[in-house]
Design a protein around this ligand. Structure first.
Ligand SMILES: Cc1cc2nc3c(=O)[nH]c(=O)nc-3n(C[C@H](O)[C@H](O)[C@H](O)COP(=O)(O)OP(=O)(O)OC[C@H]3O[C@@H](n4cnc5c(N)ncnc54)[C@H](O)[C@@H]3O)c2cc1C
Length: 330
């Protein structure tokens, strides 16, 4: 099979730890590869990275292309983009995927400009047509519609994809495959140096990682209802998320917002209170495993994507459920 059909996934890592989005991209790439006939290759750059390929294989990579160099220890835009450019020009993959992380969002456009090809940023879905052309779905026109973008005339077809949009494959223990080690002469890059690192102030329960979420919208934003929602979240060991009106009003911060311009979430359980189900909200949570919604309007669109629904008052339902859970624990 020609390398020209291959699908590459940028295996973003920090200090030997893969970014969470990488297994998600590998799973999607495998799905695309079944249709295009291309192999899924993880592209790994860094230093002291010998343990990572086995992890990439366990998440579905069919091969790993690796460049190890002290110059690639920390992410730096110039050596990373130069390395990827050299690899792409040598091996000509058909598709190249990045996570829409801080690194992916910085690196992908730099590479795209060097390769004079197209890049679709912040995709929410990917598919391929019968000719192997990548169909890249992303919000457009002020985020009001979803559009499908293709890049039929140049290769590679490049996309960044939001974390949590795709599900990783079941981990395959002891999976193995070919590791292609490339040596690339990298010029010193003095324009950008890492002078220190500090950990961001990460909350105990970020909505992105929460297994359970209680989400409230405009129909549940009264002060006392918010307080009950916090109690319910506490009882369920859940994080509390909100719709955009609650961040616009200053009641909550952007970190709390679920949706297209907030965070994409995929918990095992999400309970929506007083949320209408606007597309800008649902695209950020519709892949959750179990969706329960409470809304006083039986025609609210949120019920269309919910597994269970209750038509009634959000605050009343919340209070009853919180009380029942307290009783249940005793
Ligand atoms: C570019 C752009 C990006 C956006 N990004 C996001 C985003 O990331 N996330 C996001 O959430 N929104 C986003 N929005 C806003 C989005 O379009 C909606 O306006 C928003 O999601 C609506 O929030 P809501 O459901 O809380 O409020 P509403 O749409 O006002 O719905 C309130 C719901 O509460 C119900 N209700 C009222 N009282 C009660 C009660 N007592 N008990 C039970 N139910 C009750 C009502 O029936 C109604 O269905 C974006 C918009 C744009 C234009």
């Amino acid at each position: 099979m020609s390398e020209n059909e291959n699908i590459w996934v940028f295996a973003e890592q920090t200090d030997g730890r893969l970014a969470g989005v990488v297994p998600e991209l590998l799973a999607k790439a495998r799905e695309l590869g079944k249709k295009t006939g291309g192999s899924v290759m993880a592209v790994l750059l860094g230093d002291d990275i010998e343990k990572i390929p086995s992890e990439l294989f366990s998440y579905g990579a069919e091969g790993v292309i690796e460049v190890e160099s002290p110059n690639l220890k920390d992410y730096r835009p110039v050596p990373y983009a130069l390395t990827l450019r050299t690899l792409v020009e040598k091996r000509h993959p058909s598709i190249l995927l990045f996570g829409a992380t801080t690194v992916g969002r910085d690196l992908a456009p730099r590479l795209q400009a060097k390769l004079l090809t197209g890049l679709t940023a912040d995709c929410l879905d990917l598919g391929v047509d019968e000719n192997g052309i990548l169909i890249q779905t992303k919000p457009s026109y002020g985020d009001n519609i979803m559009c499908q973008i293709i890049c039929p005339n140049t290769k590679p077809q490049m996309a960044t994809v939001r974390p949590k949009v795709f599900s990783p494959m079941e981990r395959i223990e002891d999976a193995a495959g070919p590791v292609v080690r490339e040596e690339i002469n990298l010029p010193d890059d003095e324009s950008y140096q890492v002078i220190g690192r500090s950990t961001a102030d990460i909350r105990e329960t970020s909505i992105a990682d929460a297994k359970r979420l209680v989400c409230i919208g405009r129909g549940a934003c009264a002060e006392e209802t918010v307080e009950t929602a916090r109690q319910l979240a506490g009882e369920l060991c859940a994080a509390l998320g909100v719709t955009r009106p609650l961040t616009d009003s200053g009641q909550f911060t952007h970190d709390d917002q679920v949706g297209q311009s907030g965070t994409t979430v995929k918990p095992k359980l999400i309970i929506n209170f007083g949320i209408s189900g606007a597309v800008q909200y649902t695209v950020g949570m519709q892949n959750s495993e179990l969706i329960i919604s409470v809304n006083k309007n039986e025609d609210a669109p949120i019920f269309g994507i919910s597994h269970y629904g209750y038509v009634g008052d959000a605050a009343e339902f919340m209070t009853e459920l919180t009380g029942a859970l307290k009783g249940y624990k005793k």
